[in-house]
Design a protein around this ligand. Structure first.
Ligand code: KG4
Ligand code: ZN
Length: 381
């Protein structure tokens, strides 16, 4: 289990509400207690994250059944730890906020059922939170970050460009039609036997390679929309790897560097397109803010590319601290607290909420312009 990380933003005023957040939609179990003061300032009183990386490593990717069981084994003690670290009693809580989708259904159900039990026994509302909305608001955990801003969410599960205009007001400008960027890193690293999670391992070996040594395709580059595609790139990287009879460290480093260079190039190209779409909707002279969140944001080549892009497009760049960039429960508690503050609670106190494996943040874009297809269960993203 990771050490709890506490973060306090500059604040004044009494706490108007205390919310417990629970996150279990992928391979991190996380809990947090967050206070929102009358003046809207946010104070993260505790944030605990247990990663399942070790359990999934032998398989080179997240195994849903292993994830669900691991969440179940640890969630109760993690809730207790968040309460203890925050130095409060359960009875001090005003609400429980839990991720109810999108994500791996077994994990989501585990967190949601725990949250329902707590809400029922404490007689407080359960607030259902979309995991993507947590990421969308996550920069506001550590800095003011006024609306509107353009958000790039790049993780193992998601790659999306969202215009964040206010609480509950999100417009999806682009999304992946196949793999998420982190997934492409993980799968390419798996082909090269670099270990799991693949992103950091691939970045490490890329340092010794030549990014221009292997020409790989850049799907969707220069297209007028802001969607992403990584499946073809991943396949091309696998083909390139298969051409090495006995891959040397240098071969691996060259492929890793070329792959990373291409992903960074695609991400910057698609983001540049979304920046044009975003700025076109603002009044002249309005501040242009860009936020990047998700595990892949840790990649230096991608971060540097985005830094240069922001400088050339006149955007200010914000990258939340790593603990809020990747999956965490403080962002879920934040959405819960903001909803509670405006009385956005369902009539049944949230107890009728169902877990949703698919739950697009911007339902209308997802339905009218489905980037990643739409099946019996609805649009994917
Ligand atoms: O946001 P995150 O911690 O979890 C979820 O996906 O929900 O993101 C994890 C993803 C993994 O795919 C991992 O390989 C990738 O982020 N990642 C990286 C780096 N660090 C983590 N990808 C590229 N370069 C990195 N340094
Ligand atoms: Zn996430």
């Amino acid at each position: 289990m990771n050490k709890p990380h506490l973060h306090f933003t500059a604040h004044s005023g009494a706490h108007s509400c205390l919310v417990l957040g629970i996150e279990s939609s992928c391979d991190e179990t996380a809990t947090s207690v967050l206070a929102r003061a009358e003046d809207g300032s946010i104070h993260v009183l505790s944030s605990v994250i247990a990663s399942q990386n070790e359990q999934h490593a032998p398989y080179g990717g997240v195994v849903p059944e292993i994830a669900a069981r691991a969440h179940m084994q640890i969630i109760e003690s993690l809730i207790a730890q968040a309460i203890k670290d925050a130095d409060i009693d359960y009875t001090d809580l005003d609400a429980v906020a839990a991720t109810s989708g999108p994500g791996l259904i077994g994990g989501v159900i585990t967190g949601l059922m725990c949250a329902k039990g707590l809400a029922l026994s404490l007689d407080i509302p359960l607030i259902s939170v979309n995991h993507l909305e947590g990421h969308a608001l996550s920069p506001r955990l550590s800095e003011a970050c006024p609306f509107p801003y353009l958000l790039l969410l790049v993780s193992g599960g998601h790659t999306q460009l969202l215009s964040v205009e206010g609480l509950g007001k999100y417009t999806r400008l682009g999304s992946t039609v196949d793999d998420a960027a982190g997934e492409a890193f993980d799968k390419t690293a798996k082909i090269m036997s670099l270990g799991f999670p693949g992103g950091p391992a691939l970045e490490k070996i890329a340092k010794n390679g030549d990014p221009k040594s292997i020409k790989l395709p850049s799907p969707f580059k220069n297209k007028p929309h802001a969607d992403f595609s990584f499946a073809g790139l991943k396949t091309a990287a696998a083909r390139a790897f298969a051409t090495f009879e006995k891959p040397t460290q240098k071969d691996k480093a060259n492929l890793a560097a070329s792959f990373q260079y291409t992903v960074a190039d695609i991400i910057c190209d698609r983001t540049s397109r979304a920046m044009d779409m975003f700025s076109a909707k603002l009044d002249k002279g309005e501040d242009l803010r860009f936020v990047v969140a998700g595990g892949v944001a840790a990649n230096t080549a991608i971060r540097n590319g985005l830094k240069d892009l922001c400088a050339s497009k006149g955007f200010t760049l914000a990258v939340p601290p790593h603990i809020y960039c990747t999956d965490n429960a403080a962002m879920i508690a934040l959405v819960g607290a903001e909803k509670l503050a405006i009385g956005d609670i369902s009539d049944d106190g949230g107890l009728g909420v169902k877990a949703r494996p698919r739950w697009p943040l911007d339902e209308s874009s997802a339905k009218n312009n489905p980037a990643s297809g739409s099946g019996r269960k609805g649009p994917k993203s």
